[in-house]
Design a protein around this ligand. Structure first.
Ligand code: GLU
Length: 372
C-alpha cells in the first residue's frame, strides 16, 4: 500500500482529522499530536505533494470553552454557537503550527449547499486550485455556524470526499480514533480489520454497527463508508486510518493498519459530482424495461416511468427507482414533477397531446444520469 500516498502517485492528498484527535475530552487541544501530523504534512509538501486538511473540532473545542453540555451537540443552536467559538481557535491553531513549518494556511468554510450547487462547486474548485498552485495549505471545515439542519453535512467525512472531488485529489485519508473498517463489531475478539475494499456493497455495509466511538465527532463508520462511496465513485481512493499514533501519515507509509477503498474506474467528473450529491429532490419509479434500458446506457423515456414522488423542478436531482425499490440511478430531471407525472408511461407520440408541446423527449437524459 505504501506507493499509494507518494507525491508521484498522489499529487494531491486530502487529510481529514476527526474531533477526538484534536481535542482531549477535557477540552484541551492535543497540540503535541497535531505537531507530529503537521511535521508529516510539511515533509510531504517539500516532496512535492499538495495537501488539503479537512479539520473537525470546532464544535468540540467551542463547547468546552462555553461550558455547554453534550459536547455542544444538545441542539443545533448550541452546535452553531460552539462552532463559531471553536472555529477561531482551530484556525489559529492550524495557521500557527503550519507557519512554524514554513507553510501558509488558507481557511475555507463551506456548506453542503456550496458543494451541491454546480456553479458554487466549480467556484470552490477554482479557489482551491489557485491556493494549491500558490503553495498554500487549505484548511477546510463545514461552516457550522450558518448551515441549518436541512443543509448540513453534519460530518466531515463526506465533506472531505466532496472537497477531494472538487479539488481533483487522488486520495483521501480519514484519520480518526479507529484504524479501519472491521468485518464485525470491533468489540468482538474475532473482529478483523478489512485491509482493502474493491466495492462498497451490501456485505460491506452490513459490517458497520454505526455510532461514533468517541462521542465527540459526528462521524462514525457509516459516514466514513458514505464518504468512501462518494470518493471512489469519483475515481478517488480513500483510506480509513488511525490517528491515535504520532506521525499518522508516516505510519501509513510504513504500512500501518488501515482500510483502503479502491477508486472506481471510468467516472467522469460531472457524473461523479452528480452521483455524490446528497440532496435529492424526488424519485421517478420505473418499470423493468426501463431498468434494462438504463443498464444499456439509454436515457430514461416517459414510457418507462411508472410514477413520480416529490416536488422537484426541471434541473433538480432525482433518484430513479426500480420495481424492487432499489435506487438504480440518479440524474437531473428534464421536467417538473407535475408534468413528469402526466407523461408517465406515455409513448413519445402521445406527449404533444398531453403537454401541448413536446419540449424534451426524455425524462432524464443519459448525459445527466449516473447509474448507482
Ligand atoms: N464540523 C464539525 C466541527 O468542526 C465536525 C463534524 C464531524 O464531527 O465530522 O466540529
Amino acid at each position: 500500500m505504501v506507493s499509494h500516498l507518494n507525491a508521484a502517485s498522489c499529487p494531491l492528498l486530502v487529510v481529514k482529522v476527526g474531533s477526538s484527535l484534536l481535542v482531549e475530552p477535557d477540552g484541551r487541544v492535543r497540540r503535541g499530536w497535531i505537531e507530529t501530523l503537521v511535521a508529516d504534512i510539511a515533509a510531504r509538501h517539500s516532496a512535492g505533494q499538495r495537501i488539503i486538511i479537512v479539520s473537525s473540532g470546532a464544535i468540540a473545542l467551542g463547547a468546552r470553552r462555553l461550558g455547554l453540555e453534550k459536547g455542544g451537540r444538545a441542539s443545533l443552536s448550541d452546535a452553531q454557537a460552539s462552532a463559531s467559538v471553536g472555529q477561531i481557535i482551530l484556525s489559529g491553531l492550524w495557521a500557527g503550527l503550519l507557519e512554524a513549518k514554513g507553510l501558509t494556511a488558507a481557511q475555507m468554510l463551506v456548506t453542503l449547499d456550496d458543494l451541491e450547487d454546480r456553479r458554487r462547486y466549480l467556484n470552490i474548485a477554482a479557489t482551491l486550485d489557485r491556493l494549491l498552485g500558490a503553495g498554500a495549505v487549505p484548511v477546510i471545515n463545514e461552516n457550522d455556524s450558518v448551515a441549518t439542519q436541512e443543509i448540513r453535512f453534519g460530518d466531515n467525512d463526506r465533506l472531505a470526499a466532496r472537497v477531494a472531488q472538487a479539488a481533483g485529489a487522488s486520495e483521501v485519508v480519514l484519520l480518526s480514533d479507529v484504524d479501519g473498517l472491521y468485518d464485525r463489531n470491533p468489540a468482538d475478539p474475532e473482529a478483523q480489520i478489512v485491509p482493502q475494499v474493491k466495492r462498497i456493497d451490501g456485505k460491506i455495509r452490513a459490517m458497520v454497527a454505526g455510532g461514533s466511538s468517541s462521542g465527540m465527532g459526528s462521524g462514525g463508520m457509516e459516514s466514513k463508508l458514505d464518504a468512501a462511496d462518494i470518493a471512489t465513485r469519483a475515481g478517488i481512493g480513500l483510506a480509513i486510518a488511525s490517528g491515535l499514533r504520532d506521525h499518522p501519515l508516516a505510519a501509513l507509509d510504513a504500512d500501518a493498519a488501515a482500510t483502503w477503498f479502491a477508486p472506481r474506474e471510468g467516472a467522469n467528473a460531472r457524473k461523479a459530482w452528480l452521483g455524490g450529491r446528497l440532496t435529492v429532490k424526488g424519485r421517478i419509479l420505473v418499470d423493468a424495461g426501463a431498468v434494462s434500458a438504463l443498464g444499456n446506457g439509454s436515457s430514461l423515456l416517459p414510457a418507462g416511468a411508472v410514477s413520480v414522488q416529490g416536488d422537484f423542478r426541471r434541473g433538480d436531482v432525482v433518484d430513479v427507482v426500480g420495481p424492487d425499490g432499489d435506487v438504480l440511478a440518479r440524474g437531473l430531471s428534464e421536467y417538473d414533477a407535475a408534468e413528469a407525472l402526466l407523461i408517465c408511461g406515455k409513448r413519445s407520440g402521445e406527449l404533444a397531446a398531453i403537454l401541448g408541446t413536446v419540449p424534451r423527449s426524455v425524462l432524464v437524459h443519459r448525459d445527466q444520469l449516473v447509474l448507482l
